[in-house]
Design a protein around this ligand. Structure first.
Ligand SMILES: [Zn+2]
Length: 442
């Protein structure tokens, strides 16, 4: 077991200068709302708090804007102005700019880019991931693995000619362990050094690992020292002296709120409605619960890097379900409230809230929503007014697509008053790295 910096601090310095926790144990909590651009935040603020209300994130010390970045695989000199979760997460996790579907690998060369979690693990700093997506999905995966395609989530998902992967064409031949690679994303997480990983995606860990006759990826994780938990109740009492892998659902978690989807408005103005609690959500842990468990687990390590992702802000914008992505922001809000309270007694904690890319949802006139060429919904907000929400980035037979708007970055903690108000996405990597005292691998 690795010594925490707290213990090291006590052994080395106690007799000389004492231990100033606030200086010696820097911590970072990075919260990513997947696709949570300013439109989504505005929609959620109007819906949850009304026209005069404020969100928890509105009280943070710093607010700036981030340019999300990605490049073409065919020509890495060519910048793309609309990005996806995989290159955006690679920018944040590794400080490199890569192409569309890569998981923390360089475009064309397929070389691995060192992640902040790897730097932290090498330095004896605690590492954690909390997500409502599969832990193997693009955003969390980019902090924990390196593969050439984001779809290579489990050992049975490495090539396109697999009946389990009917969509898209891809292959991760070079990532097979037999070819000198590190295996699928799930196998890399199982073999990795994370202290705590909580989310969905159990089905990728139930697959037989490459080179094994029957051992599932889950067994590799156990052999590597992970305690595996699968239920919300187990989360309440996790041991702190071992690594934790919590896989609570087979894929991604259900959304907190549900309601009608947006519809083509050519038949007139759609009926306004309010969101309702999603009964399927009752059995899964909230982001708040997973975050509390992760923080208490990582606290014993002194310094830590914890990344928290909410996926509903992306998935339910693709599905044109406003209640789904509003519920995603609501989960971030209640989690952030806890994190900011924790920060009050931990001034060494840097809290960052950001999004990885822009999305499709837009606020439009509720009275003229029927003139939109896209899909529209009308929601009854907290103050009883009606808000129009529109999705018009794609044709109706396709999922709604991302957009290229700048995304917000909000922060509280040491040094944020010095930050510029506009940054490239890769700068988040360097901000977190420097706060934790980690060297630049680039
Ligand atoms: Zn997306």
């Amino acid at each position: 077991m690795r010594l925490s910096s707290n213990i090291i601090c006590g052994l080395v310095f106690l007799s000389l200068i004492g231990c100033a926790r606030s200086v010696d144990e820097p911590k970072v909590i990075l919260i990513i709302g997947d696709g949570m651009d300013d439109q989504q935040i505005s929609i959620a603020r109007n819906y949850l708090a009304g026209s005069s209300g404020r969100l928890v994130m509105d009280a943070m010390q710093y607010r700036g804007a981030i340019r999300a970045q990605s490049v073409s695989e065919a020509n890495p000199e060519e910048h793309l102005y609309v990005t996806g979760s995989a290159p955006a997460a690679a920018a944040i996790a590794t400080g490199i700019i890569t192409s569309g579907v890569r998981i923390s690998t360089f475009p064309q060369t397929d070389k691995d880019a060192v992640t902040i979690m790897e730097l932290a693990n090498d330095a004896g700093i605690g590492t954690g991931i909390v997500t409502t997506a599969s832990v193997t999905d693009a955003t969390p995966a980019s902090f924990m693995a390196h593969v050439s395609h984001r779809a290579c989530q489990g050992p049975e998902n490495m090539v396109r000619n697999n009946e389990r992967n009917p969509r898209g064409s891809y292959e991760c031949i070079g990532d097979y362990k037999r070819n000198g690679g590190k295996g699928s994303i799930a196998e890399q997480i199982a073999a990795g050094e994370m202290d705590i990983v909580l989310g969905g995606g159990r089905r990728y860990f139930d697959q037989v690992a490459e080179g094994e006759s029957e051992n599932q990826v889950l067994q590799l994780a156990r052999d590597n020292g992970f305690e595996v938990i699968t239920s919300r109740s187990e989360l309440q009492a996790i041991p702190h002296d071992t690594s934790i892998l919590g896989l609570f659902v087979p894929d991604l978690m259900p959304p907190m709120l549900r309601g009608n989807g947006a519809t083509i408005a050519d038949a007139g103005l759609p009926e306004p409605y309010a969101c309702e609690d999603n009964p399927e959500f009752a059995d899964v842990p909230r982001v708040l619960e997973m975050t509390k468990a992760a923080v208490s687990h990582l606290e014993s390590r002194g310094s830590f890097m914890l990344v928290i992702e909410n996926e509903a802000t992306d998935e339910h914008a693709h599905l044109r379900q406003p209640c789904g992505h509003i519920g995603g922001v609501a989960q971030i809000e209640e989690t952030l409230k806890f994190v900011l309270q924790y920060a009050e007694s931990h001034p060494e904690l840097l809290v960052i809230v950001t999004a990885d890319h822009g999305h499709a949802a837009q606020i439009i006139s509720a009275q003229r929503a029927n003139s939109s060429p896209g899909h529209v919904a009308r929601l009854i907000t907290a103050d009883g007014s009606i808000m129009g929400v529109n999705y018009a980035t794609t044709r109706s037979n396709m999922r709604a697509a991302h957009s290229g708007v700048q995304v917000p970055i909000l922060a509280s903690g040491p040094g944020v008053e010095q930050w510029p108000v506009f940054m490239q996405q890769t700068e988040i990597f360097h901000i977190a790295r420097k706060h934790l005292g980690l060297n630049d691998p680039l």
